[in-house]
Ligand binder design. Structure first.
Ligand code: MN
Length: 381
């Protein structure tokens, strides 16, 4: 049980290093909340629920320097206000272990000025007891097991091992069934009812970029906008969780998230369509993204260069529609061509992927122990 009211801010799917929405724009927005006394003086715990990064970054790209500088600002102010930080590993193809930079910066700060943030980069399915609040937190990284059922099984085992019926809060990366349309097959989905039974107060989940709320589940959605089809509000959440079990959560809108708009051109006449477009874009900030949507035979689609010279500070693209095609712009998060996402295997998760399978294969205990030892050796390489 909580010992006093806990103030949590949860942010995820920041996607630093994204090719479209440049890192410097995202960080300028982060700085409004996440290196800022006004916000951080009112927070006890920051959860970064995965996908801090968009892709594997190299030093030569220039983004890494911006990112380290931001992490340094964030941690300096967290140290000032005694804010705990937990960074959950998100989708392996996005984060790629790079959130280790939080630990690196924390170590540098400690060496330089003796101040250290209570910080962890959480890479494993785990339950942490935070003594200061008498709080049990469940962490579920993305793609932990081959199936979400196997992950749930491990969560239940962990609870039993720790003699717990429930944890207080959960921080996850992945998706619950309710967040996806029922007809899309082949995507692993966490069982919302099962997790709600195992968590006392709130479940924060990252991955799906659209903000939503379902009972105890809070999907904060992405912090900034990185593609078309995400025209809804972006931001993060803050919660007050009281010892009596009640809680309040607020969605904080990132008002200056990059704009991605789609303009539908209904006319056959190019001039008429241009009027529609002019009206739609005239108030947009520079470097907003505009997508022209029209029937594939519409001449406006071959006039993108006209639009580029008319509005050179906007970023233009187009999408051709068939006459009968239904508009589907909200579902572009699940790109049709990438429905199959292979699980990411590396030395850190090899053991937990292989050992459960070996255990069900009827192998003698002494051989199993040898296998486990060999896998551990590989992990050290
Ligand atoms: Mn993700």
């Amino acid at each position: 049980m909580l010992s006093r009211t806990l103030r949590v801010s949860c942010i995820s799917d920041i996607h630093l290093g994204n090719r479209n929405n440049k890192t410097r724009y995202i960080i300028a927005n982060l700085d409004k909340y996440f290196s800022n006394d006004e916000h951080l003086s009112k927070v006890d715990l920051i959860l970064l629920a995965g996908d801090v990064f968009d892709d594997l970054l190299s030093l030569s790209g220039g983004d890494v320097q911006y990112i380290y500088a931001w992490v340094a600002r964030l941690l300096r102010i967290c140290a000032r206000h005694n804010v705990m930080v937990r960074v959950l590993e998100g989708t392996p193809s996005h984060d790629r272990g790079q959130s280790e930079c939080f630990t690196v910066v924390n170590d540098i700060h400690e060496k330089n000025n003796g101040k250290r943030v209570n910080l962890k980069h959480v890479k494993e399915l785990s339950i942490e007891h935070i003594e200061e609040f008498d709080l049990d937190v469940l962490y579920v990284p993305d793609e932990w097991c081959h199936t979400t059922e196997a992950t749930l099984e491990q969560v239940r085992d962990l609870l039993a091992e720790k003699n717990l019926d429930k944890v207080d809060i959960a921080c996850m990366h992945g998706q619950f069934s309710y967040q996806l349309p029922a007809h899309i097959p082949g995507i692993p989905r966490h069982d919302e009812n099962a997790y709600m039974d195992l968590v006392r107060h709130l479940i924060y989940i990252g991955h799906i970029h659209v903000h939503s709320r379902n009972d105890k589940i809070i999907a904060q959605g992405s912090f900034d906008r990185i593609s078309h089809g995400e025209e809804g509000p972006k931001g993060f959440v803050t919660s007050l969780i009281h010892p009596d079990g009640s809680n309040e959560t607020t969605f904080v809108v990132n008002e200056t998230a990059r704009k991605y708009i789609t303009v539908t051109c209904p006319y056959e006449d190019v001039e008429e369509n241009l009027k529609v477009i002019d009206r739609a874009v005239e108030d947009l900030p520079e470097e907003s993204f505009v997508r022209i949507e029209a029937h594939y035979a519409n001449a406006i689609l071959t006039n993108l260069n006209t639009l580029r010279s008319r509005w050179p500070l906007l970023i233009w693209s187009s999408i051709a529609r068939d006459k009968d095609e239904k508009k589907n712009s909200q579902i572009t998060l699940i790109q049709e061509e990438s429905l199959y996402v292979p699980i990411h295997i590396d030395r850190h998760n090899l053991s937990q992927l292989v050992m459960p399978r070996l255990k069900t294969a009827g192998i003698a205990d002494d051989i199993l122990q040898r296998c486990a030892a060999n896998l551990l050796e590989m992990q050290k390489v």
